[in-house]
Design a protein around this ligand. Structure first.
Ligand SMILES: *Cc1c(COP(=O)(O)O)cnc(C)c1O
Length: 396
């Protein structure tokens, strides 16, 4: 028996995409040296700079965001380099593997996975370890629905002359960032999170200092590799050619989602995510459920993580939501498995009152099916009460 498609994909990425994105993605495949494709790639790069709100070079690597993260480690870290790795969740911890693989030495600053990094601790650690060259941090820890104060952390890194590698895969579009103002040297984002696009690309902004470090990597700069960011600099940025064939259809989809974000305007785009996230938290609390994030100020705008209530099996809960009512949500991931589940609100299709109402209503229904005491409508009501200022027609 074929398993039916869900009615709503409310997962924490890849997310449901807008019909317009799917339509634009379905255009005929172009030869990558067709002038129309060169023109498209240049336009998409321009749009990406606007979405990142940066004058730094942007690079679009042709693989899901993990490629960009590994490429950053592989292209920057020389054997023996000390890297301060900030760990507030699963992805932060995971980055240590890349640091080790490329010969770096990790200094870890960790907090519990429902907390955020305190910038003052970063300052103390950098002051105590003057030989640290790099700092790696996850902006928005999607698995625990929390975010780190990257703006403050980045500024401190700048003061110490430390190069930053920032995983903002689910942060871009969820907070109004700027690599220059936030001290991000290599920022890696993904189209399939808050931008509401399709998975398959790494979106990167690279500071001039980061380029210098890549050129000076020991024993030699990383070139001639799928992981090489410098290959993209030489090929695309300097010579308007490609190191290899780009994923043509993914570039179509990216152009579409970036255009949609810019039509909305980045400030409003981000504000919509933050508004829906706040409404979601209001709904969750009205249901008597507990937010995973230790404090609301550190709750992410990409997804809301909810502590699995006592007596409820999270797999059963998500299973009912998916099988009986067609709503797919994400579980806890890695060490967080079973401890929490997540409601998604990333991208124009998810970060919207319709999707929020539907997933909260179905969450309530599924909790009731499990004989968990909920008042049907309480969560949806509180969430809708928080959305009085919403207006689809308002644009930049
Ligand atoms: C989605 C995501 C990534 C990419 O990881 P996948 O699991 O391959 O999608 C990396 N970092 C963060 C914070 C993410 O949310």
């Amino acid at each position: 028996m074929t398993i039916q498609m869900p009615r709503l994909n409310m997962a924490a990425g890849p997310v449901q995409v807008m019909p317009r994105t799917l339509r634009d993605q379905a255009r005929p495949i172009l030869y990558h040296y067709d002038p129309a494709f060169i023109d498209l790639f240049a336009r998409v790069s321009d749009q990406l700079q606007q979405v990142f709100r940066t004058r730094y070079d942007v690079v679009i690597m042709q693989g899901e965001a993990i490629l960009g993260l590994e490429a950053a480690a592989a292209s920057l870290i020389s054997p023996g380099d000390k890297v301060l790795n900030l760990v507030s969740g699963v992805f932060g911890k995971w980055f240590e593997d890349f640091i080790r693989k490329y010969g770096g030495e990790t200094v870890e600053l960790a907090v519990p996975y429902n907390e955020a990094i305190d910038p003052e601790d970063v300052r103390k650690t950098l002051a105590a370890n003057p030989d640290i060259r790099f700092l790696s941090v996850v902006h928005s820890e999607t698995p625990s629905g929390t975010h780190n104060p990257v703006r403050e952390i980045g500024r401190i890194a700048r003061e110490f002359g430390v190069i930053t590698l920032v995983d903002t895969v689910s942060g871009l579009g969820g907070e109004l960032l700027s690599p220059e103002a936030w001290g991000m040297d290599v920022a890696v984002a993904g189209p399939q999170k808050c931008l509401g696009g399709t998975p398959g690309l790494s979106l990167m902004a690279i500071s001039p200092e980061a380029w210098q470090v890549m050129e000076a990597k020991r024993p030699a700069p990383l070139r001639g590799s799928f992981l090489s960011i410098l290959d993209w600099k030489t090929a695309w940025l300097e010579e308007r050619r490609f190191p290899y064939t780009p994923s043509v259809s993914e570039i179509y989809a990216l152009e579409s989602v970036l255009a949609q974000a810019l039509e909305t305007g980045m400030e409003r785009f981000v504000d919509r995510h933050q508004t829906i996230a706040a409404a979601c938290r209001a709904g969750v609390k009205a249901l008597g459920l507990e937010l995973w994030a230790a404090r609301e100020e550190i709750a992410a705008s990409c997804a809301t993580a909810i502590r699995t209530p006592p007596g409820v099996d999270d797999e059963a809960l998500r299973g009912i939501m998916r099988r009986r009512y067609g709503v797919m949500i994400s579980p806890g991931y890695g060490e967080l498995k079973g401890q929490l589940f997540r409601l998604g609100h990333m991208g124009p299709a998810q970060a919207h009152p319709t999707a929020l109402a539907a997933q909260l209503a179905i969450l309530e229904r599924a909790l009731a099916d499990l004989d968990y005491p909920v008042q049907l409508g309480a969560g949806v009501g509180a969430a809708m009460a928080a959305l009085a200022d919403w207006d689809d027609e308002a644009t930049a």
